[in-house]
Design a protein around this ligand. Structure first.
Ligand code: 2NL
Length: 350
């Protein structure tokens, strides 16, 4: 073996092998490279075999150089393998990626009915003022629905509040007041009585844009010693501000209900024109939202409270009317027809 030639061949082989190695892109050619440069028939292997022909000095020197070359090629090979494994993993990750940022299939989750939401809103406001919320039966007795509310059998108010009768004595309630009478009886002698009663009520009415044979009511009742008309007005003022905004004002106009004396219709500043006058408020600047009054002495007495020692106020409102005003609904029947084209308009409201 020619030492001089070997001195040229070793660096030549190194640069040729390394250059080739860096151009290889897959395992199969990489394997072929290993066979060619590090295998049994490789130049390096042949050189090793021929080392025996050299003088001891040359042999040691050539041995070291060949050994160093082999180590260089081996570690370059290992490094290239590792690089290729990494590329392979990256490729796999890229190809097998699941795009979890893709939006899912939306589920229709629905939302509350506008009447339900108004009821909950009204309840919230009165609960914050210390009222309890109670519900009662829709089937009532004539006694609780009429007699104990100062509406005897021959009273003209029975015409306006005609209802559906199940028998002489049993009927579908025309207001939620019978439950308030029951609460007064059950609470006695505990005062104060301070409740609101939301619920469905009935009237013998022909359905049209503003009437329904079944609708809702929220009534409130406070009974204690020294309850005055100013307590009623203050409570309703707070309610109006909470429901329609802090600039709201209320106005009481004299009216008549058989179960209150004195009685009043309660107006708020028109929520559309803010009191300027418009079609909604018929140019008055005011809109009626409820009826109220001081509990009639006969009603207090019927529930077992002496009118000399106790007084109270009561009010009643229709959530349908409030929803129609607030959302600009022109026909009450839209609220009962379950037409999704109508109802979906309320899905985004708070
Ligand atoms: C209205 C008017 C009103 C009452 C309801 C009531 C209840 C008892 C005693 C006295 Cl237990 N009054 N309720 C009082 C005045 C008016 O409702 O226009 N509702 C929609």
């Amino acid at each position: 073996m020619d030492m001089d030639k070997l001195q040229r061949d070793i660096p030549d082989l190194r640069s040729k092998a390394l250059a080739e190695l860096s151009s290889l892109e897959d395992r199969r050619t990489l394997d072929a490279w290993r066979v060619e440069y590090l295998g049994k028939k490789s130049e390096i292997a042949q050189w090793m075999k021929m080392l025996g022909n050299l003088s001891p000095d040359d042999r040691r020197m050539a041995g070291q150089q060949i050994h160093a070359l082999r180590q260089t090629l081996e570690s370059a090979f290992t490094e290239r393998m590792r690089e290729m494994d990494e590329l392979e993993i990256e490729r796999k990750l890229r190809e097998e990626t699941l795009d979890i940022t893709l939006p899912g299939t939306p589920q229709a989750i629905g939302h509350l009915h506008p009447i339900t939401r108004i009821l909950m809103e009204i309840e919230d406001i009165f609960v914050k003022m210390g009222f309890a919320v109670v519900e009662g039966p829709e089937v009532e007795t004539d006694a609780y629905n009429f007699e104990m509310l100062n509406v005897p059998k021959d009273h003209p108010a029975r015409d306006m509040q005609d209802t559906f009768y199940l028998s002489e004595e049993l009927l579908l309630r025309t207001h939620t007041s019978p439950m308030q009478v029951r609460v007064m009886e059950q609470m006695r002698p505990n005062i104060p009585v301070k409740v609101i009663v939301p619920g469905r009520v009935y009237r013998r009415d022909e359905d049209d844009a503003t009437h329904s044979h079944a609708f809702h009511q929220v009534e409130g009742l406070v009974v204690d010693q020294n309850i005055r008309m100013s307590d009623l007005k203050g409570t309703l003022e707070e309610f109006a501000k909470a429901l329609f905004g802090p600039e709201q004002a209320v106005r009481l106009r004299p009216s008549f209900f058989p179960f209150t004396e004195p009685s009043a219709e309660v107006d708020v500043r028109c929520i559309h024109c803010k009191g300027q006058g418009c079609r909604v408020c018929k140019q008055t600047g005011w809109i009626e939202i409820l009826g109220a009054g001081m509990v009639h002495p006969n009603v207090l007495a019927a529930a077992g409270y002496s009118p000399d020692a106790y007084s109270g106020f009561a009010f009643g409102m229709g959530p349908e009317r409030i929803a129609m005003l607030k959302y600009g609904i022109s026909d009450i029947r839209l609220l009962y027809q379950n037409d999704l084209r109508f109802l979906r308009q309320f899905s985004q409201l708070r």
